[in-house]
Design a protein. Structure first.
Length: 114
């Protein structure tokens, strides 16, 4: 009977660990997706001659188009965060796979307040 309980506990642990790795993997992919969106926005903004005005127009325009289709993750504020995310972490290989989007927001805030 004790062997059976140990096996059941081991299986529960395997399942819990697998779920945790899956969640981390999804979080990592989501952060990389936001980084790529930020990069695309930043690079497009750099093509505009009047950068400040064009950048403001670009993000508002994107938000107006994407938010109804994709949800609040593509609001004006979120798109600005994605662009800022790319600017704070311009090298994709520097993104840490163990971090999720919340970690990056906290780290960004710490850098801005330092």
């Amino acid at each position: 009977m004790e062997l059976k309980n140990e096996l059941i506990n081991q299986i529960h642990l395997i399942i819990a660990n697998s779920k945790e790795r899956a969640i981390r993997s999804v979080d990592s992919e989501r952060a990389f997706m936001y980084w790529q969106i930020g990069k695309a926005i930043f690079e497009e903004q750099q093509l505009g001659k009047e950068r400040a005005k064009y950048g403001e127009f670009l993000i508002k325009s994107l938000s107006k188009e994407l938010e109804p289709q994709l949800g609040k993750g593509f609001s004006l504020r979120q798109l600005e965060r994605y662009r800022q995310f790319y600017r704070v972490f311009p090298i994709a290989s520097a993104l840490r796979t163990q971090f999720n989007w919340t970690h990056y927001n906290i780290e960004k805030l710490n850098k801005e307040n330092a």
